[in-house]
Design a protein around this ligand. Structure first.
Ligand SMILES: Nc1ncnc2c1ncn2[C@@H]1O[C@H](COP(=O)(O)OP(=O)(O)OP(=O)(O)O)[C@@H](O)[C@H]1O
Ligand SMILES: [Mg+2]
Length: 247
């Protein structure tokens, strides 16, 4: 994963989203969202239920049409590009609610994560990815549906890594995960970024844990960015939680 990454030109963000809008039929859910994610950066997008976080993830991963604005990844547009092509270009999405294949084993789920890559390469990569998630290694032959919520989230992330992402987008990785496992998952994400120079875009309702590993944060409300700044600054701002995150 790491050795294939060509860093973009200095100063160019790996992902630049400008004035992006998306809708479900006539119902507009994103109203001109702009954000940037630097290469090897961790950026979080915070927002309450219904703010538009999943809509943003889906619009950026080819699962929902982009109605307006631009999204440029590594110098090329990703707006309205089919999801599979985006995966091949390194734009990989770990969906909300994990969506692991419950009837399949952990190993089989991981193999499916590499569906766009040669089988031999994926086989070699599984061991390396499992190095980040020792718990999954212990349960490699278990059916995914028997894993805890936290373990399933780890599996969803590991499966995403097997697609060989350059940008990994995670939709609420803390959801349905016990507190101690949340810490393990988020510190592993930071570890992966540090070791592989992977770029992460995380959407979350749990502002504390997301800001803790992020470099920068955005807050969205009803499909609009209402705040943006360095993660440390947002973390120290009590008003944000009160005003936008319902806490
Ligand atoms: N399939 C859909 N059809 C119509 N409206 C939808 C659909 N999915 C989402 N919406 C609406 O779009 C808006 C944004 O929803 P979205 O799922 O992006 O929010 P979210 O920030 O991910 O919320 P949550 O934290 O609950 O996951 C909401 O008003 C929601 O009701
Ligand atoms: Mg959502």
């Amino acid at each position: 994963m790491a050795n294939a990454v060509e860093p973009p030109k200095r100063g160019e963000p790996l992902l630049r989203v400008d004035n992006l809008s998306a809708a479900y039929g006539k119902i507009r859910a994103l109203h001109g969202v702009s954000l940037e994610v630097p290469a090897a950066g961790i950026v979080c997008v915070l927002g309450a239920n219904g703010a538009g976080k999943t809509t943003l993830m889906r619009a950026l991963s080819g699962l929902l049409p982009v109605a307006g604005g631009t999204a440029v990844f590594d110098g090329r547009s990703i707006a309205n590009v089919p999801a599979e092509q985006l995966v091949r270009r390194g734009v990989v999405h770990v969906p909300q609610g994990r969506m692991v294949f419950a009837q399949l084993s952990v190993k089989e789920n991981l193999v499916l994560g590499g569906y766009t890559r040669p089988a031999g390469e994926v086989r070699e990569d599984i061991d390396r990815v499992l190095g980040y998630f020792p718990r999954l290694k212990e349960r490699i032959t278990s059916r995914a549906g028997t894993l805890s919520g936290g373990e399933q989230q780890m599996l969803a992330i590991a499966r995403g890594l097997l697609a060989k992402p350059r940008l990994l987008m995670l939709d609420e990785p803390s959801m349905g995960v016990a507190p101690i496992m949340k810490d393990a998952i988020f510190s592993t994400l930071r570890d992966i970024r540090d070791r592989e120079r992977l770029t992460l875009l995380i959407v979350e309702q749990d502002a504390d844990i997301a800001l803790d590993i992020s470099d920068e944060g955005y807050v969205i409300e009803t499909g609009r960015v209402v705040m943006h700044g360095p993660a440390a600054e947002l973390a120290g701002n009590e008003d944000i939680r009160r005003a936008y995150l319902g806490g």
